[in-house]
Design a protein around this ligand. Structure first.
Ligand code: SF4
Length: 394
């Protein structure tokens, strides 16, 4: 160990792997039929005229990889990938398959809007080797869906699940809690309904008000009131209790899986491994470098179609900063961080990176040491977002 706590010997472990060829890839599809009031993702609505340019740009950006990059996990997010009509969707997925061929035991996930799921599109997804679909369900209450400005109904979700399941049995639902006026009893009903659908994975997020969204403006004008913090806390506690009692694997702050159905692609992010990415706003981590493409879809298209790089930000993190980031990502997982393995992998001890912060949060009962791991306590899970800044900015 040197004076700053670096281990003198490195092993062939995850840290080194992260600088090898990525085994994962992400593609961003920016199209949506409209923009939901809470959404601050990279999205264009009412711009079907851009679909052909988008496909050309993706083809060009992919060709800059020079040779196909085989991957274990491929994730298509948005936006709404399934907003693309069947024929462009098929061409898009073929392009991805050409440049990111998936290995035999792969996970290929596509995000979908329940309203878009038709037998035609399910056939397209299946033909492209998609084997996991993440549905933006959000709720089973008509009033809550309207409040969130979603276009689908509860019946659309059930119909989409039934349409997908025979062809693509690995399904995930996104659910939002703490929507305006939502009560704990409302949320419990949403959870119970989700459980009746027999899906393999659930992601649950508390509604946040993000700058630049219409919800943000309405919040400032007091037209929308956030659900009280204590009520939000109870909703999250109830989520954990209910799903754990039903034998779900709570494996990350917001994510729950049936045993054996964790999202392998997201685990790539959380364990600090590298990944390719294409499309507007897409972020990649390749050979120790983080890059983010232009968030504006039109800027992305103009640049790529003119043969210019779409990268808006690029940074090579110092080894200690990278290790700190990996520590935080690791602690978002319920199993926490294996202290010894972390030191071997990152070259830094947890103590040298964040000793005072660890002691502070252990004393507060928000973190704990358990069987050689540093992990969040149940209390810590409830406030985890408030913990991380002290680990990242020392
Ligand atoms: S469907 Fe999803 S990505 Fe599209 S606007 Fe709504 S929240 Fe955003």
């Amino acid at each position: 160990m040197d004076p700053v706590g670096r281990c003198s010997h490195r092993h062939h472990t995850e840290m080194q792997r992260s600088f090898e060829q990525p085994q994962a890839a992400y593609a961003h599809v920016p199209f949506c039929s409209h923009r939901c009031g809470y959404c601050n993702f990279t999205v264009v609505s009412d711009r079907d005229d851009l679909v052909e340019d988008y496909l050309r740009a993706i083809e060009i950006e992919l060709s800059w990889l020079r040779v196909p990059q085989p991957v274990h996990t491929l994730y298509v997010g948005g936006g709404t990938p399934t907003y693309l009509p069947p024929e462009p969707l098929a061409r898009f997925l073929q392009l991805l398959q050409k440049w990111f061929p998936v290995c035999e035991n792969h996970e290929f996930s596509v995000e979908a809007n329940p309203i878009d799921i038709t037998p035609d599109k399910v056939s397209v997804l299946r033909a492209a080797k998609v084997n996991r679909v993440s549905l933006g369900a959000q709720s089973f209450h008509p009033g809550k869906l309207m409040a969130l400005e979603r276009e689908h109904t509860p019946d659309d979700i059930v119909r989409a699940v039934e349409c997908l399941r025979p062809a693509i049995p690995n399904l995930s639902l996104d659910l939002i809690f703490a929507a305006p006026h939502e009560t704990l009893a409302d949320w419990e009903r949403d959870l119970d309904t989700a459980l009746t659908l027999n899906v393999q994975h659930l992601s649950t997020y508390g509604l946040t008000f993000e700058r630049g969204t219409t919800f943000w403006g309405r919040l400032l004008r007091r037209q929308l009131l956030p659900v009280a913090e204590e009520e939000q806390r109870l909703m999250y506690v109830e989520t954990m209790n209910r799903l754990r009692a039903n034998d779900w694997d709570h494996y990350e702050v917001s994510n729950f899986a049936r045993h054996g159905f964790r999202c392998r692609h997201n685990e790539v992010y959380w364990t600090g491994q590298s990944y390719h990415a294409v499309g507007p706003g897409a972020a990649r981590f390749v050979h120790g470098q983080r890059q983010v493409n232009h968030r504006s879809t039109t800027t992305y298209l103009h640049r790529v179609l003119a043969g210019l790089s779409p990268v808006a930000e690029s940074e090579e993190l110092a080894p200690a900063d990278l290790a700190r980031e990996q520590l935080v990502f690791g602690m978002r997982r319920l199993q926490g961080v294996d202290i010894q393995a972390f030191a071997q992998v990152s070259g830094f001890t947890v103590e040298s990176l964040a000793g005072p912060a660890v002691r502070k949060f252990v004393d507060l009962g928000l973190l704990e040491f358990h069987e050689g791991h540093l992990r969040l306590t149940t209390e810590g899970l409830l406030v985890s977002d408030a913990i991380w800044p002290e680990f990242l900015h020392v």
